[in-house]
Each structure stands twice: as C-alpha cells, then as structure tokens.
Design a binder for this molecule. Structure first.
Ligand SMILES: Cc1cc2nc3c(=O)[nH]c(=O)nc-3n(C[C@H](O)[C@H](O)[C@H](O)COP(=O)(O)O)c2cc1C
Length: 225
C-alpha cells in the first residue's frame, strides 16, 4: 500500500481515529481474533479473580515539566470528546504543581499488540468543580476515603499516619457521603497534535500526524519512520 493510500485510510478527524484505535474496533484479521479471545478469557476469569477487571486499557503516560524537570507517570483516561481528554488526580500532587506552572503536557498510549503508539501534545486545564464532583460521586467509598486521606506526593513523616487518617475518615463518613476534597479533581487536555504510529516488521513504521490549524480544522500528513 502506498503512503498516500494509507493516509487516506486514516480518518480526517483525529478523535474518530483515536476512538477506532482506543476501542480496538476494526482490528485487522488475526489481531482482531486474538484481542476478542483475550477479552473473553479475562471476562470469564474475572468471575473468580475480580482484580482482572482492573486490567485497564485506559492507562496512558502523562508527561509534565516542573521544578524537577520532565516527569512521566501513568494515569487513567476517564472520558474524552472533541473538547479534550479527562483524567483525575490530586491538584497538590507533584504533577498538579507542575501543570500549574507549565500547562503544556504530553500523553502517550502504548499498545503491544498490534504494535502501536499514540502521542498527543496539548494544553491542560482543570475541569469544572461540578464535573469533578460528579465523577467523585461515582467512585467507591473506599477509593474516596483513600484519596481524601492521601496528601499525594508529599514525603511521609513519622508524625504523619495515613492509616490513622483512613480509619478516622471511615468513622466520620460511616453513614454519609465522603465530600470531594477541594484539592482533588479533573484535568482536561486539549490536544494540538496527534501522532498515530504503526509498527511494521520491516521497521519502516508508519507515522500519521494531525496538527490543529488556526481555523480549528486538522492537517493530516505522514512523517518518516
Ligand atoms: C495503572 C495505573 C493507573 C494510575 N492512575 C492514576 C490516576 O488516574 N490518577 C492519579 O493521580 N494517579 C494514578 N496513578 C498513580 C500515578 O502513576 C502516580 O504515582 C501518582 O499520580 C503520583 O504522581 P506525581 O507524584 O507525579 O504527581 C496510576 C498508576 C498506575 C500504575
């Protein structure tokens, strides 16, 4: 297939292309079969091993730039639409403080089978309080208590007992909902550039780029492997 033909196969809208890869719809031939089989096995086994449900394919690496230089860590993509990609965290964490100073961030999704990666550059902003609270209310109480008790990324000192805080919060909110902490909430990343990378055995990998244009549209082109 020529580069031009391949480029035509990619959706003109990068969000639609993202959805196709993220949902793993339209996986070609053998890859589709293996993916469906893997899903079926996980679903079956998770009756006895609930932790298998936690094998999430919504994880991505988030890179930020802060006072310690560039840093990456895994977070979970909770929702996305044409406005951007949303994840949740502690606003006072290392990443939260980094994004306060530098709003340009980078997202990386890696998929070993079929071999692919998606790289997204964008600018981050906090979600509205209503959006964060709405998501918080869907979380299991145990997670809410752990998140409310943790001063994420802060050094643990002898006098600071997180387990005691968890125990106290469990008692405090035994019969009432745990309120969403002020320093906890979502971020939305508005993308300006996508790269869809397709691994090829020949090492002549395909790289399809989308760049946001001033008129809000997207320019789609390929770059060398
Ligand atoms: C699979 C996986 C999913 C994670 N999801 C999140 C998440 O959604 N939000 C979050 O704050 N941390 C998440 N973490 C923990 C982060 O990787 C990181 O340890 C934490 O956010 C503190 O990062 P920081 O000190 O750079 O702020 C996840 C880790 C893993 C391995």
């Amino acid at each position: 297939m020529s580069s031009n033909q391949l480029l035509q196969e990619f959706n003109d809208n990068p969000f639609d292309q993202f959805t196709q890869w993220y949902r793993k719809s339209n996986l070609p031939g053998m890859a589709g079969w293996i993916f469906s089989l893997q899903r079926a096995i996980y679903n079956f086994l998770s009756r006895w091993a609930p932790e298998l449900e936690r094998i999430s394919d919504n994880a991505f690496s988030l890179s930020t730039f802060g006072d310690r230089g560039p840093e990456s860590r895994i977070v979970l993509l909770k929702s996305y639409d044409e406005k951007g990609f949303v994840f949740y965290t502690n606003y006072d964490s290392q990443k939260g403080r980094s994004m306060e100073g530098e709003s340009r961030v980078h997202m990386l999704f890696y998929e070993p089978f079929p071999l692919r990666q998606i790289r997204i550059s964008g600018v981050v902003e906090k979600t509205t309080r209503e959006e964060s609270e709405a998501y918080w209310s869907t979380r299991p109480k145990g997670s809410q208590i752990s998140q409310a008790a943790s001063h994420q990324s802060v050094e643990i000192s002898d006098s600071d007992n997180i387990h005691q805080r968890v125990a106290e919060l469990k008692v405090k909110y035994k019969n009432t909902p745990v309120p969403c902490p002020e320093n906890w909430g979502g971020y939305r990343i508005t993308p300006s550039r996508f790269e869809f990378w397709v691994g090829r055995a020949s090492r002549l990998h395909d790289r399809i780029i989308y760049e946001r244009q001033d008129n809000g549209g997207w320019k789609k082109f390929m770059i060398q492997p």
